[in-house]
Design a protein around this ligand. Sequence first.
Ligand code: NDP
Length: 338
Amino acid sequence: MSETVRIALADIDRVARAALVRAGCDEANAIATSDVMVRAERDGCASHGLFRLPGYLASLRSGKANGRAAPVARAHAPGVVRVEGDNALAPLAMQVARTAVAPLARAQGIAAVAIVDVLHFSALWADIEGLVADGLGAFCMTAYLPSVAPAGAKTPFFGTNPFAFGFPGEAFIFDFATAATARGEIQIAARDGRPAPAGAGVDTDGRPTRDPHAILAGAQSPFGGHKGSALALMIELMAGVLIGQPTSAEAAREEKALGVCDGGPPRGGVLMIAFDPDRFGDAAGWRAHAGAFFAELRALPGVRLPGDRRRLERARIAREGAAVPRALWDEARRAAGH
Ligand code: NDP
């Protein structure tokens, strides 16, 4: 296990922003990208916190990411907005997408936003949390690079393809990779010399293993066998084919052709769908109904809902600071010139 140091969130933000600016980001891109890492650290999601900084920096340095991108939202169809990402790191484009989709969802009941030509490397809950806090529901999904073998296969083909869903009122959000384990968790296990969780993946011969290095060389497994495999496939279609963006396999071929296999996020798309529960026929009752539903659910012994851990961690880490591996903190500070 690597040695960790407790760092105040404000210091993580300061260092991450400076490192991003040094690698070519303008202020707006640096602030948005640092913000998603800081929020992940704040909520105890280390695999999408400062751990992602080297990947973001690598994509800026290779020229794959445009640190001065100015994503633009354009109406595309009555219920569809497109955000042209301009090869931005995704966080700034996701801000533009939320601003564009929220009024449309309120006006129409439901609206979709296709965010294209962005490099997504963060936790999806961060992309929809603001919408949910403002009273909207949301779905969000994105593809990645081939990392997961479809059920029955041993070759990586699907990305780890995360999927998030949020419902307002109780501000309920779940967000998970369709891989059995997020790739970042396996990379952290490899870094720390720990075994990967059981079921995380297979070696190059397709044999199940807990050796994180063997999984990274072989393939991750989808969660829930053929069920997670089908969800991963759906995400390739919805965040790739539907919106004219590369699938995970295509993104890898593109990176190879351009010589930008830099370890950072690939160019690709994100699909977000927002809906307004006030527009679905129970405007007067849905909040109380959801409240009663969650009260009954929470009363069941043993229930712990998605998001509960994050909320608990948020209060503690805001107070105590985040535990960051010393080597990563030193690397971030060097990149920031601090
Ligand atoms: P986890 O398995 O850690 O968690 C998935 C969800 O389940 C969370 O909402 C979590 O809530 C909840 N949860 C976890 N354990 C329990 C439990 N015992 N009971 C009830 N709920 C539980 O997620 P993954 O490892 O699959 O993914 C981690 C992150 O990686 C996600 O944020 C995802 O967006 C991101 N990701 C991003 C990618 C990208 O390309 N940008 C690619 C793949 C993943 P809680 O947080 O409160 O524990």
